[in-house]
Design a protein around this ligand. Structure first.
Ligand code: BTN
Length: 246
């Protein structure tokens, strides 16, 4: 992982570059990192603020040997790895908000976007996009976002070494990814549940399929979240981003 790294200055989105490399048979672990994205994308078609030199904007090519319906699990593996790594590097208290936002004091500091290309129920490749708002200042965000978004720097007053964060994350990611592929999702699910700030309290979950209200109580073995509602429980899958990248 990270043995092939493409470092770029300004791009539309690192997702597209990683996808083009994947289509040209780039090996698993190929990493694309940009200083700045002018069309950074979040989940559900949202914009992702990616100013120059202030954060970590990167996409990784994965070629997991798992069936397509396991793809949601990979997002959760990534969230756990990122949460553990950023907590270790910064000493800040970071939690995972379902499905894969990282939060400090209820505000988002990082997001993950997985997009996959599949053929005959098989994953051809997955592009794992990771955005870490490391050194952004309040002036980097549009005013209306400040209620919900923050950065490691805003929270701690420290300017972080982005290379050190990437190196630590890649190590953590590699370990958890192999654990996942070797032993399955169970241990990852337990780690995710322990780091989650979304369980056992009423929540409004916004999914591409619509809004779900209830009390999330844990993860299903598929990677879906189990939500208790007045008339029973249901498993909610979080993303339509799992389709063909667009
Ligand atoms: C989200 O929380 O909605 C996901 C945000 C993902 C942002 C990253 S930054 C690197 C990669 N390139 C993109 O355009 N998006 C992802």
């Amino acid at each position: 992982f990270g043995r092939s790294v493409t470092l770029l200055d300004e791009v539309d989105s690192t997702q597209e570059i990683a996808r083009a490399l994947a289509e040209e048979d780039a090996p698993e672990g190929t990493l694309v990192i940009a200083e700045q994205q002018v069309k950074g994308r979040g989940r559900m078609g949202r914009e992702w603020v990616s100013p120059s030199g202030k954060g970590i904007w990167m996409s990784m090519v994965l070629r997991p040997q798992v069936p397509i319906h396991f793809a949601p699990q990979l997002t959760l593996v990534t969230a756990v790895a990122l949460c553990r790594s950023l907590t270790r590097v910064t000493g800040l208290q970071i939690g995972i908000k379902w499905p894969n936002d990282l939060q400090i004091n209820g505000k988002k500091i990082s997001g993950i976007l997985l997009e996959s290309a599949a053929e005959d129920e098989r994953l051809r490749y997955v592009i794992a996009g990771i955005g870490i708002s490391a050194n952004l200042e309040t002036g980097d965000y549009p005013e209306e976002m400040l209620a919900k978004a923050t950065s490691l720097r805003i929270q701690s007053g420290t300017v972080y070494d982005r290379t050190a964060i990437i190196a630590d994350f890649m190590e953590e990611w590699e370990q958890l990814y192999w654990l996942y592929q070797r032993e399955g999702f169970e241990k990852i699910a337990a780690l995710w549940e322990a780091l989650s700030v979304s369980l056992h309290r009423p929540a409004v979950l916004i999914t591409p399929q619509g809004v779900v209200e209830g009390v999330p109580v844990g993860l299903h073995s598929s990677g879906a979240i189990i939500v208790e509602q007045s008339d029973g429980t249901r498993a909610v899958v979080f993303s339509a981003d799992m389709g063909e990248p667009s």
